[in-house]
Write a protein of this length. Structure first.
Length: 74
């Protein structure tokens, strides 16, 4: 079964966070959101707003096309 879009976003956030050696706490601080929110996002349990997604992408030091340029979104 295919993953939902929010699961794909969560997996991408998780992979990028790990790739950049960031803790959930550091990413949460940088994105100005609660750490527990990061947990729910990465597990695909939270449907996030576009503004939250934008803050996460910025905190990961990416641009929007780079975030979605991944096998999970093909």
């Amino acid at each position: 079964m295919d993953k939902s879009f929010q699961e794909k976003v969560g997996l991408r956030v998780f992979e990028l966070r790990k790739e950049k050696n960031l803790s959930q706490q550091k990413l949460a601080v940088d994105a100005n959101i609660e750490r527990s929110h990061i947990t729910h996002i990465e597990k695909g349990k939270k449907n996030i707003s576009l503004s939250t997604l934008e803050r996460l992408i910025n905190a990961l030091e990416l641009d929007i096309p780079s975030f979605f340029n991944d096998k999970n979104f093909k």
